[in-house]
Design a protein around this ligand. Structure first.
Ligand SMILES: NC(=O)c1ccc[n+]([C@@H]2O[C@H](COP(=O)([O-])OP(=O)(O)OC[C@H]3O[C@@H](n4cnc5c(N)ncnc54)[C@H](OP(=O)(O)O)[C@@H]3O)[C@@H](O)[C@H]2O)c1
Length: 253
């Protein structure tokens, strides 16, 4: 029935449970398709599924956990900026961690009050002090590697570290077991596809519609660095990986 309703519509779909989106055609189940609002361009549609829904879901996680403030890593990325916006809409303050000083400036231009640069020598101490001051008892971590251990140590007692990415390419490390045992810190994972599935069909549809509204009204934007044909993707990926904050590469078969 859902498949019939979707027939002829423009949709966005995830890449996990389908035959792969880096292709001219792909095969995907109707439940994994998000019908695109008429007002959305295809470029906006290409970025309308994963990041906008993830930003809303993570902001809701922070709000439902009654955390006074949150820490987020990879804050200068497209998703980081959406998390900033979604949490601000709920009146929640964030501590935004970036890896380069110029990224801190870009975030301050978006009115982010608390921005820390992870490459500075005082980063761990600054993070600890700021998290205590603001009552940041949850961290949204897209980096993993040793960053996870830094967050576990820096956040106040009984904090939660939510791992939703692995941009460092490394396993979570440097996690102090004493902090887990005696300061009751917790580390857990998050995946948007599982979150949406748990919502059930009707709530998932409403949720995806809300995410598209954020895109349509310009609350969530995605910077596109370039649109390239599939054949150029391997050559262009290296530059993207080097400076991811500059924007996404759109593949146009
Ligand atoms: N779990 C889920 O359901 C889910 C859903 C959506 C997205 N994600 C994940 O969320 C992450 C962020 O997505 P995005 O769209 O915001 O990516 P993006 O726009 O490409 O931004 C990535 C950001 O992370 C920084 N970065 C990259 N590698 C880093 C490292 N090793 N150490 C510190 N900073 C690093 C980049 O800085 P530079 O400019 O310096 O490169 C950039 O600011 C990705 O890992 C994605 O897979 C997960």
């Amino acid at each position: 029935m859902l498949g019939r309703w979707l027939r002829g519509r423009r949709v966005a779909c995830g890449g996990h449970d389908c035959s792969g989106t880096w292709a001219e055609y792909c095969l995907v189940g109707s439940k994994a398709c998000l019908p695109l609002a008429k007002q959305l361009t295809l470029e906006q549609g290409a970025a309308a599924l994963a990041n906008p829904t993830t930003a809303l879901a993570l902001a809701s996680l922070v709000a439902r956990g009654k955390h006074r403030a949150y820490v987020q890593t990879a804050a200068a990325g497209q998703l980081g900026k959406m998390i900033l916006r979604a949490a601000r809409d709920r009146g929640i303050e964030g501590i935004h961690v970036v890896r380069r000083a110029e990224q801190a400036e870009a975030l301050r231009a978006l009115d982010a009050k608390h921005v820390l640069v992870s490459s500075t020598p005082s980063f761990a101490a600054d993070l600890r002090a700021r998290a205590a001051e603001l009552g940041a008892t949850i961290a949204l971590d897209a980096i993993a590697g040793d960053m996870t251990g830094t967050l576990v140590t820096a956040l106040p007692k009984e904090s939660e570290i939510v791992i939703y990415g692995a941009l460092s390419g490394k396993a979570c490390g440097e996690i102090d077991p004493m902090a887990l045992a005696f300061r009751h810190q917790r580390v857990r994972g998050f995946e948007i596809a599982a979150y949406i599935e748990d919502l059930g069909l009707l709530r998932a549809f409403r949720f995806a519609t809300k995410a598209q509204r954020y895109v349509r009204t310009g609350k969530f934007t995605t910077t596109i660095a370039a649109t390239v044909p599939l054949a150029e993707a391997p050559a262009r990926l290296a530059a993207y990986i080097d400076r991811m904050s500059d924007g996404k590469l759109l593949l146009a078969p």
